[in-house]
Design a protein around this ligand. Structure first.
Ligand code: AMP
Length: 239
């Protein structure tokens, strides 16, 4: 059964790291819109050229561009076995578009996980976050043996993301509150919506995340079970 997962949560909640790990463990495609945009900037594509300034200011790239990127990726055959989305949707318009894409794909419901972390922790985490200047991977918080300045995967140098500077982080958190938090209301009544406490150690978050995703996947079962004949297995009243 295909698992289609959205990792939600503010910048610094650990979405990228957790999405990466979960996708690897379950052999799912990971789609990170931030990574796609950073690659487009590196390759100096037309999208990269227009997105660069917007990203550096901590603002959101426009909905039509983002929806087109995600639609194109999710309609490819390798996405039909399931996916983990990191960084999309970020607006209600994007969430609506994603619902339409899911209907077109006819590939099962979305499992939505909201990773919750207090704001003071986010600011501190983002100040320390490092990514590889060569392959773009996050320094791995699961791996205590990872060196502080070199990427284990490719040997590239770890640097701070340009949008992780303090003033841009504060803007990104404001943008999150204004544009992205309303998505919790958009999704919260679905039987496949789950919340995870992201303030715990990454290893613990990963375990909890896997457990809630499995429980959400099981939550789609009752609809099928409802089609089976009902068996009344109540105990007879004791007289
Ligand atoms: P992230 O790596 O997810 O933190 O994204 C980095 C930046 O890329 C964001 O601050 C936005 O400028 C842009 N971005 C990524 N995903 C989206 C999206 N779904 N909608 C709009 N902008 C996005």
């Amino acid at each position: 059964m295909a698992l289609n997962v959205i990792m939600m949560g503010p910048p610094g909640a650990g979405k990228g790291t957790q999405a990466e790990r979960f996708a690897r463990e379950r052999n799912l495609l990971k789609v990170s819109t931030g990574d796609i945009l950073r690659e487009a900037i590196k390759a100096e594509t037309p999208v990269g050229r227009t997105a660069k300034a917007t990203m550096e200011q901590g603002r959101l790239v426009d909905d039509p561009t983002m929806i087109a990127i995600v639609r194109e990726r999710l309609m490819q055959p390798d996405a039909m076995q399931g996916f983990v989305l990191d960084g999309f949707p970020r607006t209600v318009a994007q969430a609506r578009a994603l619902d339409r894409i899911m209907t077109e794909r006819d590939g099962g419901p979305l499992i939505v996980v909201d990773i919750v972390v207090p704001e003071r922790d986010l600011v501190r985490r983002l100040a320390y976050r490092r990514i590889c200047s060569s392959c773009g991977a996050n320094a791995d918080p699961f791996d205590p043996t990872e060196s502080a300045d070199r990427c284990k995967r490719c040997g590239g140098e770890f640097i701070q993301r340009t949008d992780d500077s303090e003033d841009v982080v504060l803007r990104r958190l404001k943008v999150y509150e204004h544009d992205t938090r309303p998505l919790v209301d958009y999704y919260k009544d679905r039987p496949t919506f789950r919340i995870v406490d992201g303030a715990q150690a990454p290893e613990r978050v990963a375990q909890e995340l896997a457990a809630v995703i499995d429980s959400a996947a099981a939550a789609r079962e009752p609809r099928r079970a409802a089609r089976l004949p009902r068996v009344d297995n109540r105990m007879e009243p004791q007289l």
